[in-house]
Ligand binder design. Structure first.
Ligand code: PMP
Length: 351
């Protein structure tokens, strides 16, 4: 730590879910990845781009991905930024869009990376606790003068969702910058993208890691007013998204049939998991994402997590108020879900 500055020394580390090296031995339902592989067309497009041209730099403005997404969503390419995962976009937002003296706010529980990035940039923040139903009361973000508010919608780890009408109403009263992290929006729809034409203080972010099965590729989008996009382009690393990632992202956007099939399978599997869990007595928070947040009255959530891990099934347990009562389970393949439910049933028999 000799050369670490004081901010780095004092900040908390972001702890991602376990990624075991012997991956094939596990049923991995802990990091909200998509259980299905990327589409054939996407894998083909990536492989086709492994050519001598890799000696050249990629398109620094990701023009084709922006053009395709713009056309599909009836917006202009000037309203779109392509990042190295949505995580990079949050980093850039903290670096370029809030003063060091500013105050940020996020709901709690939510995606812990927001805290890490705020700390890493020396920006003060408040965490606004959710109510018992685990939804966000947006009015609480108007009680103080916040320069930036970030909400994940649907939220991670709860899966709960705030309507676009509610976000719009919030924006009529909020003067700071609102970031709506839509990493999980594709599973059930209801995006706030339409608000970018009306409000210049909203950034919507998207991820290719969940609905497009491309967590390993690292691609995310920001959608916002042109002035914000210009700022993001100005502050980004020169070539922030590599050529293979751009090729994969383009193909993923174009392969709408595989995308829709993937989503419908996931929704089907989620319904099945929810039915099985509730028949075993679990309480399930209504989720619009590819995971469920759940707890059982007769087993401690940490113990459930540990016992499943012994069976080589990984789910997510978070320590801390409210969230430690629950576990978060990512939706897997049907076979994975069946094995998980069998394992849970036998754990419950033993308590
Ligand atoms: N936002 C939320 C709410 C998430 O849960 C995650 C995944 N952990 C991300 C963003 C990260 O997305 P990406 O892989 O695009 O960086």
């Amino acid at each position: 730590m000799k050369f670490w500055n004081s901010t780095l020394r004092s900040m908390d580390e972001y702890i991602p879910g376990e990624q075991p090296s012997n991956l094939d031995e596990y049923i991995k339902l802990n990091t909200n990845e998509n259980p299905f592989p990327p589409s054939e067309k996407v894998m083909k497009a990536i492989i086709e781009n492994v050519t001598p041209n890799l000696r050249r730099y990629p398109d620094s403005k990701a023009s084709r991905v922006r053009a395709i997404f713009a056309e599909q969503n009836n917006i202009s390419p000037e309203n779109i930024f392509v990042g190295n995962g949505s995580d990079e976009i949050f980093t850039l937002i903290f670096r370029g869009f809030i003063e060091k003296t500013g105050l940020a706010a996020f709901p709690y529980p939510s995606y812990a990376l927001y805290d890490t990035l705020a700390q890493g940039n020396g920006i003060k923040f408040k965490k606004i606790a959710m109510d018992k139903s685990l939804t966000v009361d947006m009015d609480k973000f108007l009680e103080e003068k916040y320069d930036m508010v970030i909400i994940a919608n649907p939220n991670n780890p709860t899966g709960t969702y705030i309507s676009t009408a509610r976000i719009k109403h919030f924006l009529t009263n909020f003067k700071g910058l609102l970031v709506v992290d839509e990493a999980y929006i594709d599973f059930y729809g209801g995006s706030a993208i339409g608000l970018i034409n009306e409000y210049d203080n909203i950034i919507v972010t998207r991820s290719f890691s969940k609905s497009y099965s491309l967590a390993g590729l690292r691609v995310g989008l920001a959608i916002a007013n042109g002035d914000i996009i210009k700022g993001l382009l100005k502050i980004k690393d020169s070539y922030n998204v590599d050529a293979l990632a751009l090729a994969g992202a383009e193909a993923a956007l174009l392969d709408t049939r595989s995308f829709e099939y993937n989503i419908s399978m996931l929704r089907n599997n989620k319904e099945y998991l929810e039915e099985r869990l509730s028949s075993m007595g679990f309480e399930i928070i209504p989720s619009r994402a590819n995971f469920v947040f759940t707890k059982h009255p007769s087993i401690d959530s940490k113990m459930l997590y540990e016992k499943l891990k012994e069976e080589k099934i990984l789910i997510r347990y978070f320590s801390g108020p409210i969230q430690s009562e629950y576990v978060r389970i990512s939706i897997g393949t049907m076979m994975e879900i069946k094995k998980l439910c069998q394992a849970i049933a036998s754990i419950l028999e033993g308590v």
